[in-house]
Design a protein around this ligand. Sequence first.
Ligand SMILES: [Zn+2]
Length: 57
Amino acid sequence: MNVPCPTCGKPAALSVDNPYRPFCGERCKLADLGSWLNGDYRLPVSDAESDTEAPDP
Ligand SMILES: [Zn+2]
């Protein structure tokens, strides 16, 4: 069974043989993770830390 890769839209195997499912490969999985880290998705985290630019200890 194939599903469109959420990142690039190419068919991705949705099977245990594909460790990167539902992505087509490692690159697309990492790209999706990167978009999370870049803030494309907002996580319900407290912004107390991100708003405060505390100097490094
Ligand atoms: Zn892909």
